[in-house]
Structures are given as C-alpha cells and as structure tokens.
Design a protein around this ligand. Sequence first.
Ligand SMILES: [Zn+2]
Length: 341
Amino acid sequence: MRSKLAIVFALLFILSCKVERPIEIESVNFEFIELEKGVYSCIHKFGGKAICNVGIVDNGKETIVFDSFLSPDVAEELLEALNEMNLSPVKYVVNSHFHNDHIRGNQVFSEAVKIISTARTSEIIEEEEPLQIAYEKENAPARLAYYDSLYKSFSGDTKSREYQQILMWKPYYEILSNSHLKVKTRVPDMFVDSIHNIDGPDRRIQLISKGQGHTESDLVLYLPDDDIIFTGDLVFNECHPYVPHGNISKWKAWLDFMNSLNVKTVMPGHGELSTETLITTMKNYLVDLENMAVELHEKDLSDISFDSIPLPVKYKDWWFDRFYSSNLRFAYEIINSNGTE
Ligand SMILES: [Zn+2]
C-alpha cells in the first residue's frame, strides 16, 4: 500500500512539474506549440490577427524570432509571452521576405535586437512599405466594409467554406485599416545573403538564403540538430501561395534544396505544421501551374480569361483560392514570353 502511494505521489510530482512548464500561452491569434525544448511555433489561428506563422529558437545563449506577424499588437502579445518564459534574451528577429504579414511586428522589439534579412529584402522593405501602406490606407477600409457586411448579413451554415472565408479575410482587412497609426516601418539592419550560423550551447542555427523564390529574395531558418526548418512563404500548407512576386524555376530549386536536408518538421509561412512531404506538395503545385500554363499556351488562344479557369480538383479546398488566377496568369506570361523569343 505504501509503495502504491509512493507511485501516486511520484506521478503527481511529475505531472505538477509538467504543469509548471511556462509554455501554456493562450492566444486567440496564434497557437503556441513546443517542437523541442527551446524551439517553438506560433501557428496563425483561423479568424485571428497573426496572419503568418512565427518561429522561436533559443540556442542556449540567445533567442531568435523568425518573422514578426502583420499586426504590431499581436507581435507585442508574443513579446510579452516570451518575456514570461525562461528563454535566453531575444537578440535577433528574422524577416524571411518583404511581405507585410511577415515584417510589421519588427517595431515592437527593442533597439538592441538586430533585424535580419537579405540585403535585397531590406532594400525592398525600405522602398515598398511606404507605397504599400499608402495603398492600404486608400483601399483597405472598403474591403473591410465589404467583409463586414458579408459577416453581418450571413445567415447560412457557419461551418460552410463561404463563412470561413469571411472569417479569414475580415481580420486581415481590420488590421490593414486600423493599424496604420501605429505602424512604424523598421528596416532590417543585419544582412544574410548565403549562410550565417548563430550557434549556441544548446543547438546550431543556420540562416540560409538562395536568393529568388517566393519573392526576389528569401531567407529560411534551419536547425540541423533538430531536423526542423522554418520556410517562410517558400512553403504553404493547404493554401495557394502568391506566386507573381517570385521566380518559379528558382522557387523549385529552393524546394529541391530544402528536400535534400531531410528534415522531420516543416513550419510553413501559412498553414499547419507538417513533415518534409509538404515541400514536395509545394513543388508539385508549381509544376502543375507550369503545366497548365504550357497547355494554355499550346492552345494558342487570342484572349484568355484566367478568372474563369476552374481550380484543379486537387487544390479546390486550399485557402487563398483567389490567388490561383493571378498565379496562372503569371506562369502563362513566362511561358508565352519564352515561346516568342
Ligand atoms: Zn509572402
């Protein structure tokens, strides 16, 4: 009897130790997931305001945050949570590429924190952010009003895809309409254009750039000791990527490289965590897009309505489906210009 009680107390002790682990971060905007001790993912929650996924790595000496959300408010929420945890000091924030949903939380980190990107991404942020913000000020309120009216007048099944689409886009336009008074563009001040190691006593961290892919210049974070990669928007999960800012053939080469790393966990820029098979899925999407563009080119049509081309069946349930026609037009224009050279 005494030994049974001892086991019960031992179990209770173990359980109480687990409960005390400071990773129970509750947020309506992101799900906080521990991948390994010192490696975490914040996965955007449907209907929340994180918009992109963020990764956190503590190498035992310093902590690195990979991407910084669209909303400075959500980045602040993350920063407060990190301060509650027993992590090494945050020393670096990485911007995987220039898109607004990956960079606008930069401003909440102290001046002592270095913001890392490729040199080209930093230039693009400096050039494009003022234009992008001006465009959003002009256009986002009307988009918000549109989604708001759909939301208020919706009377169908709230589990339907139609309703979920409203829940997905409404917070995005809310942020773009309401955060501009707060947004202060913070341009990266440390550059990585090939490989940079940030190693500590607990693990090795590699930042790797191979240039163009999803954009003119992309950067990933690879953990060789943990077999984990944070891909930024070079990989999406169950979402159409936005292709026209990138280079399809170089993007495919990026994916081949990432596949060669044999990782066990992939954190995409958008969508749920996955295994390395997600990298192949992304490559297949790009190959399918190119094949469809070649097919259209061979038909030699004088005028193509890309908006009316149906989604391929295997991608019909992916989110961000409105990107498909732009992606196909972009792929077609490349094939077309190569074909007429
Ligand atoms: Zn992007």
